[in-house]
Write a protein that binds this ligand. Structure first.
Ligand code: SAH
Ligand code: SF4
Ligand code: F3S
Length: 436
């Protein structure tokens, strides 16, 4: 008998990848995924702990599931991901309707936990186990889903930025062996995947065991590029201090490595960068950007910014705006600082909320303007687009350009087709084009 599984994914792309792997693991136990929570036998919430709002979403969503559980007591509810890791048992205490809690490093044990839940027994597993979960997960299924895929190559973080929960929720930094990554990539390409995004909280710190010693991310990218049928490679997220010369060189030399780089800096003030324990100065970052652009002049850069970090003055904030102007981002994310329990910065005096709110608006306006200008500069240019799915209009397809812009075009191309497209217009979050 098939059972239905509904998964909701919060947070970063690594959670998206983990949700797929969890669905596959439960698939081996007879679960098929559904888009409709109301018809599910199991609801799994794959959570994020990065900011308070993200973590709170879990509890409001659990509250919404209550009537469903009352109506159907057989419904099993699981909490996975970074809130599961951070709060563990506490989730069961606060929310008795939850049947299982599983952390990001132990979800290969999820099928056994699901069985226990079916037998009416609750369980919590937030271990960082000795064994590698990837060795215990089922092989990835054969059927093609999409022409693009995520592939986690590195997990965890040893950097301990003063604001961040990731080192606690994801644990110490580890790299998957290169051979495993190549085999998984080969498998994905065999199913029709043409673009792979390598994932890691610190992906450019990758140092997985290879046939001849440890491989850097640059080496891994170059080897992946030899796979026939794999046309595009991306990676995210990178730390400035791990942006090595060989990786920068790869951007200039490897045509399959796409000209887009997410390189968070968080702040443009050296005082704040120091308080954040980022271990780089604004100047280091600007010089790094110069080097990257020397290797690949047309690269589109993106980043992350935190405003209202404890101690941030008007002058510090102005330095962030200066850095943004100096870099000129194609797009970037900005967040209001959120104090996270257990992190060093949570002990410090916060910036008043209204001040932080105003700064967030200012920085977002600047970033939006830079995004608009970057997109406008694409108009008239020819880019390559990997079409992924039908667009909103009849006869239209949508896909991503090499620069990661969403592009709509009239075409009867099937998903997975790469075509040259001339950009004819720019909307706030996408471009329009015609087949060249
Ligand atoms: N590993 C990545 C980022 C992981 S978290 C890196 O080092 O770049 C994604 C982004 O969330 C961070 O870049 C940061 O901008 C933001 N973030 C992390 N902790 C935060 C906090 N406590 N408050 C606000 N934003 C935060
Ligand atoms: Fe968090 Fe990234 Fe800093 Fe690691 S490097 S602690 S993941 S912000
Ligand atoms: Fe969130 Fe965990 Fe990713 S805290 S951003 S889901 S690593």
């Amino acid at each position: 008998m098939t059972k239905k599984l509904f998964i909701k994914t919060y947070g970063c792309q690594m959670n998206v990848y983990d949700s797929e792997r969890m669905a596959e693991a439960l698939g081996a136990e007879g679960y098929v995924t559904t888009e409709v929570a109301e018809e599910a036998d199991m609801v799994l919430l794959n959570t994020c702990h990065i900011r308070e709002k993200a973590a709170e979403k879990l509890y409001s969503d659990l509250g919404r599931l209550k009537p469903l559980k009352v109506e159907r007591p057989d419904l099993k509810i699981g909490v996975a991901g970074c809130v599961a890791q951070a709060e563990g048992e506490e989730i069961l205490r606060r929310m008795p309707l939850v049947d299982l809690v599983v952390g990001p490093q132990s979800y290969h044990r999820l099928p056994a936990m699901a069985k226990r839940a079916e037998a009416g027994e609750k369980s919590v597993d937030t271990d960082f186990p000795e064994e590698d979960k990837f060795d215990h997960l089922p092989d990835r299924p054969k059927a093609a889903v999409r022409p693009t895929a995520f592939l986690t190559v590195q997990e965890g973080c040893d950097k301990f930025c003063a604001f961040c929960v990731v080192p606690y929720t994801r644990g110490a930094e580890i790299s998957r062996p290169a051979e495993r990554v190549l085999a998984e990539a080969q498998g994905l390409v065999g199913k029709g995947v043409r673009e792979i995004t390598l994932l890691g909280q610190n992906v450019n710190a990758y140092h997985g065991a290879g046939a001849d010693g440890d491989w850097s991310l640059a080496r891994l990218v170059r080897e992946l590029a030899r796979i026939d049928g794999l046309d595009r490679i991306r990676y995210t997220t990178s730390h400035p201090n791990d942006m090595t010369d060989d990786l920068i060189a790869a951007h200039g030399e490897e045509p399959k490595l796409m000209p887009y780089l997410h390189l968070p800096v968080q702040s443009g003030s050296d005082r704040i960068l120091k308080a954040m324990a980022r271990k780089h100065r604004a100047e280091d970052y600007l010089r790094l950007v110069e080097k990257i652009r020397a290797a690949r002049p047309d690269i589109v850069l993106s980043g992350d910014f935190i405003v209202g970090f404890p101690g941030e003055t008007e002058a510090d904030f102005a330095a962030t705006l200066d850095l943004i102007r100096a870099v000129n981002y194609g797009m970037a994310y900005s967040f209001k600082y959120s104090a996270r329990p257990g992190t060093p910065a949570a002990e410090r005096t916060p910036v008043p909320t209204d001040v932080a709110d105003a700064r967030l608006q200012t920085v977002q306006a600047l970033l939006t303007e830079q995004q608009r200008a970057t997109q406008a500069a694409m108009v008239g240019r020819e880019v390559s687009v990997l079409f992924e799915k039908p667009g909103r209009l009849q006869g239209q397809m949508v896909g991503k350009s090499d620069y990661l812009h969403a592009v709509h075009a009239k075409t009867d191309a099937t998903p997975g087709t790469i075509a040259r497209v001339r950009i004819t217009g720019s909307a706030p979050n996408s471009l329009a084009g015609e087949i060249a």
